[in-house]
Design a binder for this molecule. Sequence first.
Ligand SMILES: [Mg+2]
Length: 209
Amino acid sequence: MCLDVGETLIDETRVWAVWADMLGLPYLTLAAAIGATIAEGNPHQSVFDFLGVDDWQRLAPEVERRYGGFQAEDLYPDALPALDALRAEGCSLAVIANQPAQRAAELVALGVTPDVLAMSDAMGVAKPDPAFFEQVLARCWNPRPADLAYVGDRVDNDVRPAAAAGLRAVWLRRGPWGVVQRDDEHRAHLVVDSLAEMVERLDEVWAAG
Ligand SMILES: [Mg+2]
């Protein structure tokens, strides 16, 4: 089983709160702009275009300094228990996601120690590129695609491309994408609202379609 990071294991509220501070915006205003960007089907960086902030990349180093990388408080409460439960069920675990390279070590420091851990910036390929999912399969010892599940919160970046690559797609409906996006093509093999629910319904991942 391979899991995404943002809004799957890690609650990204804190980094967006840092961005709101840096932009001098109330958090709710930034959150609304993020929601609008998602609803329009645009990449999340275009939230800065939406807000008319063209020099946001200049602010990124200071945002990263204030954010300080992933902290224990950013882990969704069910993240580590779910990984433990999946391991107890005999699942091999991978965490491969669109993230800066340094997030891998930060995850390990928080106790996220899957068999395979890889971040897109270090891989040189990112979701939703089909090549990302080819890499996922290769790094997970090339199982039959249908024997590997990818768990993520986004329909556009996780569910749709994972299913297109022949993997089992588990849609975790939490975070901004989880509530705004719709799986109109019914590509997800399983839809859950938490990792705890996914652990309970693990058999359905493999039984579906
Ligand atoms: Mg995510």
